[in-house]
Ligand binder design. Structure first.
Ligand SMILES: [Zn+2]
Length: 63
C-alpha cells in the first residue's frame, strides 16, 4: 500500500509539487515558501510574490 501524496500547483513557480503549505487557500511549495521567508520585504521580488498572492486572494469583480 502506498501513501498517496497530494499534488498541487505552486502559485509562484507554477510547478506541480507535493511538499508545501496552503496560503490563502492556494498552494505554495516549500522552495517558494523558503524564498518568500528569506526575501526581505524591501526586495522587489518580495513585492512580486505578494502581488501574486493578492491576485489570487482578490479575483477581479468584472468579467
Ligand atoms: Zn513554488
Amino acid at each position: 500500500m502506498s501513501k498517496k501524496e497530494r499534488e498541487a500547483i505552486c502559485l509562484i513557480c507554477e510547478e506541480k509539487k507535493t511538499k508545501g503549505i496552503y496560503l490563502y487557500h492556494q498552494f505554495l511549495c516549500r522552495e517558494c515558501e523558503r524564498k518568500l521567508i528569506s526575501t526581505s520585504t524591501s526586495d522587489p521580488s518580495y513585492a512580486d510574490y505578494v502581488r501574486k498572492l493578492k491576485n489570487l486572494h482578490t479575483p477581479p469583480l468584472y468579467s
